[in-house]
Design a protein around this ligand. Structure first.
Ligand code: ATP
Ligand code: MG
Length: 398
């Protein structure tokens, strides 16, 4: 990309500067909203005719991700293009990248969408990850070390929200799990004693400038993010510092441009694994804004989606500042099970409650329909309102 930023709007009253996004899910929707707030026009490419992002974008190209005409139209309309999900086909990003600035690059997305390449990258960066073995043949299955059990067998590609994963205790279970996953390439990871999970979002520009959001403390339920808490000392400061440094080095090594989220495990201090691995383990990365960063829309002076716009357009990156402690609750389809919408009126009567719904027409179990962020003056206040909101919504206390 040239050193000239793509400034929003148009001085001549001619064509508006337009930014594109591959994928029309909720992350694309919030990117589009941030871009529009700054004066850009937007284009979404997603085959789904009523996608969350397509519903709010100036243009929606309703073709498959590899459709040549669709991609040509996207390139023709947009000055730069980003992605909102890591499983966008790499050849599509390569095509786009040949004619337009694309961030993150096809190469970076290609690494993040394959657990084998992703782990090799972490090893290259000297950031410890869970002990693992690549399984892509019966011989490798037989040769997997015993100390990886109990473990989790994860498909190398296309997993999300805990899908494409099987927990295994014995070699017999391992063999059955690999069959269940249709013998595709997998990684077998040792099951680690988790004390907590956290994540760090960094944004890196074309010029190498890199900023970060504060460390997010994440609670998962049934493999899906349920609650993210972000305030001073949500994790010990020394650990937070290490996590931020690791995230930045992972982005730097990739020459990454865009918003990148790195997920970490924190191990129990006294466990043998923590002694051996150093307590902080990198889990995986997402080459895009992340569910755990949604609180930044209401609790920080720059959101992760504005960071995505700024990195893509080559605008200056300024270190974000969190101005309020925050707790985010994910709103899953489970809340709509009896058909009626949840009690938003009660929830919105709470101080510092920020409701975000993604415009999805059908609720189903585990489907991310929206999120609710609670902000306040103190951690105690935010905890109290978040627990009250959870009680109104029937979300288990945390
Ligand atoms: P998402 O897309 O939601 O981030 P995913 O499907 O890519 O999830 P992972 O992040 O690999 O899956 O794992 C989902 C959850 O399973 C983790 O957040 C963690 O709670 C648990 N988990 C995964 N790997 C391990 C491990 N090696 N030891 C212990 N728990 C693990
Ligand atoms: Mg994960």
């Amino acid at each position: 990309m040239s050193s000239q930023p793509l400034l929003p709007g148009s001085a001549t009253g001619g064509q508006q500067t337009t930014l594109g996004v591959m994928g029309g899910g909720q992350l694309g929707r919030m990117f589009v909203q941030a871009a529009q707030a700054m004066g850009y026009y937007t284009v979404v490419l997603d085959p789904d005719v009523i996608s969350p992002a397509g519903l709010v974008s100036h243009y929606h190209i309703k073709t498959d991700y590899l459709d040549e005409l669709g991609l040509a139209q996207l390139m023709q309309r947009c000055a730069a293009i980003t992605t909102e999900f890591e499983n966008v086909p790499a050849p599509a990003l390569m095509t786009l990248g040949s004619a337009r600035p694309v961030a993150p690059s096809a190469e970076a997305v290609g690494i993040a969408q394959d657990r084998v390449k992703e782990k090799a990258h972490f090893v290259r960066c000297g950031v410890p990850c869970a002990p693992y073995a690549v399984i892509d043949s019966a011989a490798q299955l037989a040769a997997a070390a015993d100390d990886l059990l109990p473990g989790i067998l994860k498909t190398a590609r296309m997993g999300y929200d805990g899908k494409g994963q099987v927990r295994v205790k014995t070699r017999a279970e391992l063999a059955a799990a690999w069959d269940e996953l249709k013998n595709v390439t997998c990684v077998l990871e040792q099951m680690l004693p988790l004390k907590a999970e956290c994540s760090v979002i960094v944004a890196r520009g074309w010029d190498g400038a890199c900023v970060n959001l504060p460390v997010q403390l994440n609670l998962h339920r049934e493999g899906i993010l349920a609650v993210t808490s972000v305030f001073e000392r949500n994790v010990p400061p020394a650990l937070a510092e290490r996590a931020v440094a690791a995230a930045k080095s992972i982005a730097e090594e990739l020459q990454y441009v865009g918003v990148l989220c790195i997920e970490f495990f924190v191990l129990h201090d006294d466990s043998a694994e923590a002694q051996a691995l150093g307590g902080l383990i990198v889990n995986e990365m997402a080459p895009r804004p992340h569910n755990s960063g949604h609180y930044s829309m209401n609790a920080c002076d720059v959101s992760q989606f504005e960071l995505q716009v700024r990195t893509l357009a080559g605008l200056p990156l300024v270190q974000p500042r969190q101005h309020s402690p925050a707790i985010m609750l994910n709103l899953l389809g489970d809340l709509w099970v009896n058909g009626a919408p949840p009690a938003w009126d009660q929830v919105l009567a709470l101080p510092g409650a920020h409701l975000h719904l993604y415009g999805k027409l059908k609720a189903s179990k585990g489907r991310k329909m929206g999120h609710l962020t609670l902000t306040g003056a103190t951690v105690e206040e935010v905890r109290a309102t978040a627990l009250a909101a959870a009680a109104f919504l029937g979300i288990e206390a945390f």
